[in-house]
Structure formats: structure tokens, C-alpha cells
Design a protein around this ligand. Structure first.
Ligand SMILES: *[C@@H]1O[C@H](CO)[C@@H](O)[C@H](O)[C@H]1NC(C)=O
Ligand SMILES: *[C@@H]1O[C@H](CO)[C@@H](O)[C@H](O)[C@H]1NC(C)=O
Ligand SMILES: *[C@@H]1O[C@H](CO)[C@@H](O)[C@H](O)[C@H]1NC(C)=O
Ligand SMILES: *[C@@H]1O[C@H](CO)[C@@H](O)[C@H](O)[C@H]1NC(C)=O
Ligand SMILES: *[C@@H]1O[C@H](CO)[C@@H](O)[C@H](O)[C@H]1NC(C)=O
Ligand SMILES: *[C@@H]1O[C@H](CO)[C@@H](O)[C@H](O)[C@H]1NC(C)=O
Ligand SMILES: *[C@@H]1O[C@H](CO)[C@@H](O)[C@H](O)[C@H]1NC(C)=O
Ligand SMILES: *[C@@H]1O[C@H](CO)[C@@H](O)[C@H](O)[C@H]1NC(C)=O
Ligand SMILES: *[C@@H]1O[C@H](CO)[C@@H](O)[C@H](O)[C@H]1NC(C)=O
Length: 612
């Protein structure tokens, strides 16, 4: 069946390359278009040859697309071609494979999942009369340059003051008295099909399933408790939850990415099933604790893909059923759940937290509406997609008016998480700067590293040239999955229960290598979750205010011991992944300072280098 598809696809292309596209059927037209795009992106694909198109041919193809692009025939042909491209390149589209079984499994899976999405988007583009071939960048009308995004205007020089750590006497006040214990779990990437004894060298980007083959010797065995080649086994997830229970959190933040990394093998039904099963585990372990839950880019179907709409597809497949489940758990309130069901984001005022008229308002960000990896964004690049930004703005304004504190939960961090510049520089960073007395923190995951990013008050610099100051800390928790050379980790924050600011945090880790677990087939000895470090002690800080973190970043430039501990903790104690080079040091300094890509760039250029 599959090879038949490939033959059909190859024949369609061959006939198209031989003759004019004028009378092409939709399937043939799509075949030509896909192979044209593929050869431009991946170079000559042996199975396809070089498909180039004149503008005239392209217009004929687009015309053909306007009818029947989403038919089964078209989907089959496109998938067949995409699979050929993938097989010819030992992977593609960002994923690679290393043996014939793996390449077949991966290429078939990826193309099956992505083809309907890409065709849906292509049909919308083709139906929009303002999109002709040159507007879409598919051909050159006059052989001239395709229209660029515009040059880079040099911004005004920044004047940044020296870091101002919290004075010791103030720090004592901030840190004294009762605290709220907040549990932060991110990037679980739970693989219920994880199989101890499977091979770590499976040839796909994510291993440790039985179907991928069994290990032939010890050094390539996926251990019972996990291995860097695969995702989190059920036993690891359960032991993490059991350990976290002993810490008795007052509040739980779940910042997304529960499904495994086998994106080529995961359906929309799998995403819902895994997300709901994980929620159920958390609810069972913490039946009386408030849980703030968001989803990550792996909740897209396929990965990263979310339609830009209120209600509709995302609502039907994921957000709606999730909200219905959360209702049975008593999570959030009816308004927040309804908002989440509709748009995948919400605002929620946590009852019983805060004091002296100051409450805690959670405001969440959707994991796809402004993500560069979400192909649907080509259809609509306006800022207020799905009404999200006006909702966030209204939520923050209301909190400010009522004297509440806002924590923003977003799976991807403000910088380097794939968000568009429009959303971060044009909306979120200025909003946080403007409401610096209301927005206290951002909490994210996604990077699988223990890190943080500072957001700055930019308005003062722009308006009066006064030195900018860091105003909000975005805390980024590491991952529960060991995938990608990290150790399974989760985090607890100590939060001043009146000001609702983080006064310390502690990371808990299973060091798989140190405990000899990477290739251990037997359940015993069992994985031990251990307190890895707390920030104040590890970094010799008296307080964790934004100015303290800025001072730490500046100190890290010359304090070797500090950089060493930061780098090891960043990699969740995996010293084999740590890198103590000067370039790495600058990167670590600048990812703290650079809460936006613009600021990170300025940091890399040396604009922030101030001694204390
Ligand atoms: C494809 O294009 C490359 C570079 O433009 C060229 O070297 C090669 O000969 C072409 N192959 C065919 C089959 O036309
Ligand atoms: C259009 O022509 C320019 C200059 O020859 C070239 O760099 C660009 O890749 C062409 N674009 C397409 C879509 O072929
Ligand atoms: C919390 O922060 C406030 C304001 O910064 C401070 O006055 C107070 O002592 C701190 N501790 C507690 C327990 O509220
Ligand atoms: C174990 O497998 C790895 C990877 O296939 C190989 O490099 C190594 O030589 C093998 N060791 C033994 C003892 O067979
Ligand atoms: C992917 O799914 C298919 C069936 O849906 C299965 O045959 C295949 O083995 C799976 N691959 C992996 C790596 O799980
Ligand atoms: C969009 O958000 C604003 C602010 O929250 C709200 O007033 C408005 O009703 C929303 N519109 C829709 C269609 O949800
Ligand atoms: C500061 O804000 C202005 C206006 O919002 C923006 O144009 C500029 O890029 C920002 N600067 C930095 C360093 O983010
Ligand atoms: C981190 O590594 C060090 C050195 O190997 C070890 O002493 C320590 O116990 C490890 N931390 C955890 C949480 O396992
Ligand atoms: C910690 O900070 C204090 C005050 O800045 C300093 O006196 C002390 O030497 C530092 N300790 C270490 C271990 O860096």
C-alpha cells in the first residue's frame, strides 16, 4: 500500500516535470508544489530530481489547489512525496533517523501527522486572493529579490546602571515569617510504553520502547528507572509524585509537556489521554491542593500545531475535555475552566492565598498562538489572535486595579522559547514593565534546564534615559524526563505568603549516572530523589529579588566557583553535559540578563557589562 503510494507520487512528479502543469489535477499540482518546495529546502532529492517552477506554472498549480486540496487523493500523494524526501535525507523536518526500520517508522509517522495540517494551511493560503505565487515566495516574477523583512534599525544606546542587590537588612524582612510552599513540575514527557531492556541506540530521536528493539549489551540498555535516550517511565513519574507528596506543597504549578517526545507516533487522542492521566495522578496524590495547570507545545497535534481560534478544533480535541476533567477535580473555577475550554488560556484568582487585601491571580499564556513553530501562524499574524492578548491585558489591568499580584504561567519562557518578537517585544515585555508592581513572576519550563530570565523596565529608559532596572524574574524549572542529557528534576519554591514573591527555591533530582541507574535492568536499588541545592545557599544570596539576580549574573562573569555551580545546576547535576568554557559562561550570564531576545543580544554585545 505504502510503496504503491510512493510510486503514484513519483509518477505524478515525473509526468509533471516532463510537461507543463497547466492541466494538472489537484493531486498532481500538489505533488509539483511539494517537490518544488522540498528541493528548494533540502537541495536535490534523488527520488524527486529538481523541481523548479516558473511563475506561470506556479499560478496554474495554485489554481488547481483551490479545488480538492484536502481530498484523500491529494493527502496520499503529498504524504508519499514527503515520505520520499524524508527517507532520502535519513529524516528531515528537524528529525533524523539512523537505520532502515527507524527511518521507515519515523518518516511514515511524521508525514502522516503533518500532511493534513500542512494541506489545511495551504488551502487557506491558496484561497486567499491576495496570495499569489510571488507573494508566497514560491517563484520570482522578475528574477528579483523576494521581499525581505526589512533592515535592522539601530536602537538608542542603553544606559544600564550597576546591579543593586537587596540590602541585607531588607532581605531579612523579605525572608522572614510564614512561607507558601509551591511545587513546580514541568516537562514530564511520560512514556507509558517505556520498556526497560530496550536499546538506547534505536536510530530514532527518542528510544526505549520494546518495538524499537532490545538491547544487545549492557551499555546500550534502557534502565528500569530511565535513560537519557528515552523519556520518563511510569515508575519514575510515580516515584517523583510520591516524593513530592512528602514535601506537602500548598500550591502546585504544572507547566506542561506531558507527552513523550515520539511526536511521529502520537495522535491527538494520545495527547488527551496522557494529559488526563497525568492530571489524574496529580489529583490522586494531592486531592486537596490547588493545581494551576497549563499545556506545552507537545499538546499540539501534531507537535507545535494549534489553530488560531476560539472554540473550534483545539477546544474540541483537548481544551474542552481537559476543562471537563478539571471540574471533577475541583481545579480552577467555572469561569477559568470555560475560558480555558474555549481558548486554551485563563485567568484565575487563587482563593485563600495572599493577605491584607492582596490576592494571587494566575494568568496563563497559550503554547501556540504566537509560536514560530506553529505553521498556522502564517494564516494570521495579528497580535490579538484568539483574543488572547486583550484578555491577558485586561486580566493584568484588573489585578492592578484590585491590588492583586499576578504570576504568569507560560510553558515556553519569554526568551528563546520560540515566541514571536511581536508577542514578546511588542506585548508581553512592555506589559510586564508597565505593570512591574503587579506582575511578580513568570513561571515556565520547556528548556529542560534550571534557569531564569530577567524582565526589565524599559519605559524609563525609553522615556527619560534613566537606567533600566530588572523588575520581574521568570523562573524556569528543569524537566522530569531524563531525555536530552539531563537528570529528572522538579522544584519547590518558598514564597513570602504576603508579598507573594519567591524567597528561595530548591531543586530535587535523581542523578541517574551517580546512582548507577542508566542501564540497570532491575527495579532495585530504587531511584532516590534527593534535595540537590537551594538557590540562596548555593549562590550565597541574601534575597532573590530581580536586582539580586542581576548582581549574580554580573558576578558570574568573574567568580569561577559561582559559574561552576550554576552550570552544574543548570544541567541538573549532569557534569558530563556541563561546559566550563568562556563562551558558555557568557551564554549563561546573558540568558539570565536577557528576558527578551533583544536584551540577550545586547548582553552578548557587551552592553550590560557593569561592575558592581
Ligand atoms: C539539480 O540542481 C543542481 C544545482 O542547481 C544541479 O547541479 C543538478 O545538476 C540538477 N539536477 C538535475 C537532475 O537537474
Ligand atoms: C529569486 O531570485 C533571487 C535572486 O536570483 C534568489 O536569491 C531567490 O532564491 C529566488 N527566489 C525563489 C523563490 O526562487
Ligand atoms: C514578606 O514581605 C513583606 C514585604 O516585603 C515583608 O514586610 C514581610 O516581613 C515578609 N514576610 C512575611 C511573612 O510576610
Ligand atoms: C555494546 O554495544 C555498543 C553499541 O552497539 C558497542 O559499541 C560496544 O562495542 C558493545 N560492547 C560489547 C561488549 O559488545
Ligand atoms: C508507531 O506506531 C505504530 C502503530 O501506530 C507502530 O507500529 C510503531 O511501532 C510505533 N513506533 C514506535 C516507535 O512506537
Ligand atoms: C476578548 O477579551 C476582552 C478582554 O478580556 C473581553 O472583554 C471580550 O469579551 C473578549 N472577546 C471574546 C470574543 O471573547
Ligand atoms: C524598549 O521598548 C521600545 C518600545 O516598546 C522598543 O522599541 C525597544 O525595542 C525596547 N528596548 C528593548 C531593549 O527591549
Ligand atoms: C550531584 O553530584 C555530586 C557529585 O557527583 C553528588 O555528590 C551529589 O550527590 C549529586 N546530587 C544529587 C542530587 O544527586
Ligand atoms: C557570601 O557573601 C558574603 C557577603 O557578600 C561574603 O562575605 C562571603 O564571603 C560570601 N561567601 C562565599 C562562600 O562566597
Amino acid at each position: 500500500m505504502r510503496s504503491l503510494l510512493l510510486v503514484v507520487a513519483a509518477t505524478a512528479i515525473a509526468s509533471l516535470l516532463a510537461g507543463p502543469a497547466r492541466s494538472a489535477s489537484p493531486a498532481e499540482a500538489v505533488a509539483l508544489l511539494v517537490s518544488h518546495v522540498a528541493s528548494r529546502k533540502y537541495g536535490t532529492v534523488p527520488a524527486l530530481g529538481n523541481a523548479s517552477m516558473t511563475c506561470e506554472e506556479c499560478e496554474a498549480v495554485i489554481g488547481a489547489l483551490q479545488t480538492g486540496i484536502q481530498s484523500k487523493d491529494v493527502q496520499d500523494v503529498v504524504q508519499g512525496i514527503a515520505e520520499l524526501v524524508c527517507l532520502a535525507g535519513n529524516g528531515g523536518f528537524g528529525w533524523s533517523c539512523g537505520n532502515p526500520w527507524a527511518c521507515n517508522d519515523l518518516c511514515r509517522g511524521i508525514t502522516l501527522r503533518f500532511t493534513p495540517e500542512v494541506l489545511f494551511i495551504a488551502s487557506r493560503l491558496a484561497l486567499d486572493p491576495s496570495n499569489d505565487c510571488s507573494a508566497l515566495g514560491l517563484c520570482n516574477a522578475s528574477g528579483g529579490e523576494p521581499q525581505g523583512v526589512g533592515g535592522s534599525a539601530a536602537g538608542p544606546a542603553l544606559s544600564v546602571g550597576p546591579p543593586t542587590p537587596t540590602p541585607v537588612e531588607d532581605a531579612a524582612a523579605v525572608n522572614s515569617g510564614p512561607t507558601l510552599k509551591v511545587l513546580h513540575i514541568s516537562d514530564v514527557h511520560w512514556d507509558a510504553q517505556y520498556f526497560a531492556g530496550a536499546r538506547t541506540d534505536c536510530g530514532e530521536p527518542d528510544c526505549c520502547r520494546e518495538v524499537q528493539g532490545l538491547a544487545e549489551n549492557t551499555s546500550t540498555t534502557c534502565g528500569y528507572w530511565g535513560n537519557h535516550a528515552g523519556d520518563a517511565p511510569t515508575v519514575l513519574v510515580d516515584s517523583m509524585i510520591a516524593y513530592a507528596q512528602t514535601l506537602e506543597p500548598d500550591l502546585i504549578l504544572l507547566t506542561g509537556d506531558d507527552p513523550p517526545h515520539m511526536v511521529w507516533n502520537i495522535t491527538a487522542e494520545d495527547v488527551l489521554e496522557i494529559s488526563q492521566s497525568f492530571s489524574a495522578k496529580i489529583h490522586t496524590a494531592f486531592p486537596n491542593t490547588q493545581v494551576m495547570r497549563i499545556y506545552g507545545n507537545h499538546a499540539g497535534s501534531p507537535i507545535d500545531q494549534f489553530r488560531l481560534e476560539l472554540g473550534g478544533e483545539g477546544s474540541a480535541r483537548l481544551f474542552g475535555p481537559s476543562a471537563a476533567q478539571w471540574e471533577t477535580f475541583g481545579w480552577l473555577d467555572a469561569e477559568a475552566r470555560a475560558q480555558f475550554a474555549q481558548g486554551g488560556y485563563y485567568r484565575y484568582k487563587v482563593p485563600g492565598v495572599g493577605g491584607a487585601g492582596r490576592g494571587l491571580v494566575i494568568v496563563t499564556v497559550h503554547p501556540g498562538y504566537h509560536q514560530n513553530g506553529n505553521y498556522y501562524t502564517v494564516l494570521d499574524q495579528s497580535l490579538n489572535v484568539a483574543n488572547e492578548t486583550s484578555f491577558i491585558q485586561a486580566a493584568v489591568e484588573q489585578a492592578a486595579a484590585e491590588g492583586d499580584v499576578v504570576w504568569i504561567l507560560m510553558h515556553q519562557p519569554p526568551n528563546d522559547g520560540g515566541f514571536s518578537k511581536l508577542f514578546i517585544d511588542g506585548f508581553l515585555a512592555p506589559l510586564i514593565g508597565q505593570y512591574k508592581d503587579t506582575v511578580r513572576h513568570v513561571f515556565s519550563g520547556h528548556t529542560h534546564k534550571a534557569m531564569l530570565q530577567l524582565l526589565w523596565d524599559n519605559t524609563t529608559a525609553a522615556a527619560q534615559g534613566i537606567p533600566m532596572s530588572p523588575v520581574v524574574t521568570a523562573y524556569i524549572a528543569a524537566a522530569v524526563t531524563p531525555s536530552g542529557d539531563v537528570n529528572p528534576t522538579f522544584r519547590m519554591y518558598d514564597v513570602n505568603s504576603s508579598s507573594l514573591e519567591v524567597v528561595d527555591y530548591t531543586d530535587y533530582t535523581v542523578d541517574l549516572r551517580a546512582q548507577g541507574l542508566l542501564n540497570q535492568l532491575a527495579p532495585e536499588p530504587a531511584a532516590q530523589w534527593r534535595r540537590s541545592y537551594s538557590a540562596r545557599m548555593a549562590y550565597n544570596m541574601t534575597a532573590l529579588r530581580p536586582g539580586d539576580w542581576y548582581a549574580l549574573a554580573e558576578r558570574m562573569r568573574f567568580d569561577d566557583d559561582l559559574f561552576h555551580s550554576w552550570e552544574v545546576n543548570y544541567h541538573t547535576n549532569n557534569t558530563e553535559a556541563a561546559d566550563f568554557s568562556a563562551a558558555e559562561r557568557l551564554n549563561r550570564v546573558c540568558d539570565i540578563i536577557g528576558g527578551t531576545a533583544t536584551l540577550e543580544q545586547l548582553c552578548q554585545e557587551g552592553k550590560f557589562n557593569r561592575t558592581m
